[in-house]
Design a protein around this ligand. Sequence first.
Ligand code: SF4
Ligand code: SF4
Length: 418
Amino acid sequence: MLDFPSPAVLWVPMIQHDGPAGCMVVDVGREVERGELIGEAAEAGSLNVHAPLTGRIAGIGHVDTARAFDVPAIQLEPTESKGVDEGARETRVSSSTLPDELKDIELLADLADGAGLTDFGLPTVGLGDKLRRAASKGVRDIIINTIPAEPTLLVTKLLLAKYLDDIIKATQWLYSALDARRVWLAMDRSDARQVTGYRSATSGTPIRVVGLSNKYPQGSPTLLTKVVLGREIPYGQSPIDVGVLVLELEVLPALVSAVRRNEPMVDRIVTVGGPAAKRPGNYRICVGTRYADILGYVGLSHSVVRIIDGGLMKGASVKSLDAVVTKQTSSIMLLDQDTDRIPNPGPCIHCGWCQEDCPAGLDPMALLDVVERGCPSEAKSLFPHACIECGLCSYVCPAELPLTEAVVEIKQKVSLDV
Ligand code: SF4
Ligand code: SF4
């Protein structure tokens, strides 16, 4: 993992997940320590926000992120000369000093809330809320996903190699706190040595490694629930509703840090890549860092025409270099003229590919038709809420029609009557 230096200024947004804003609790001019609370979760669904680095609060304003505009934000001028010291982080880590069992799910959820942890999914929610919901629904099976949610996200191998002790420890806590039957570690089976290695490394723990084909969008919670446990999720429901908690691998080391020393979530390992990136790699980047600073440090091999935050299939285009990374930023792709795929929509040729490739068995063409005719009420019989927003329909469409956008739009307009 590559070190990302401290920028001259951070703009830390009060919304870094799919939920309401945190409430600012610091004034301009105040000196804050790294990890100090600067935004408080004041309403249901909001998340705590912490100072990513030690420094001075220089201003209050608004900032854009890849997924939201004009978000209330705190300007922080760091006084630390560089980013998170990975060496220091490692020397303080010793999972063996922590208990194997933490039977109180409420305690784990509170610690996750205190640290402002997200579930690292899309849409992104607070981990504490997710754990409480799992407990209230009597979840007994846990799936930890190591299969990349997007083909371009490469960080899970690194996390497995670097944080295996933490991953096992957090798994044991979730297992005991939820009184679970089994924890499944879903892994790409194409690397047989890796699967065998982790089977051996996790023997004697509640973890069972399951090798799956890595066919996009296999990492989706809906598909993992079906493939690993054979459970179909009824229309409009989630894995938790059928007794399964699906978590991304990144949750586990973050949860251990929160339990061990109340270490909040102030940065994220971000895969920076794409053909225009001069020094691609996995960087630990503080939330609130501007894309301009990232481009300045990583460098450009040639002109970038588009920046995607979050992967090529489900990511969001970055509209301004002054926008900042958040807890939702898993990757940053720098596309050049040759690789950017700007759609040029034409008429539907009724090839049926969108229907054939939809993993949810939907008819995206019919849903687009409903949107274009302005008749959202007709969409109910087309089950739009089953869409997992994988983007495959748009990807395969030879007419380059905005099918995913249409389905997402109709999901927002049509109520979920089940
Ligand atoms: S994005 Fe398209 S292909 Fe993917 S689940 Fe939704 S409708 Fe189906
Ligand atoms: S893939 Fe595109 S062109 Fe083919 S049926 Fe679907 S919408 Fe029409």
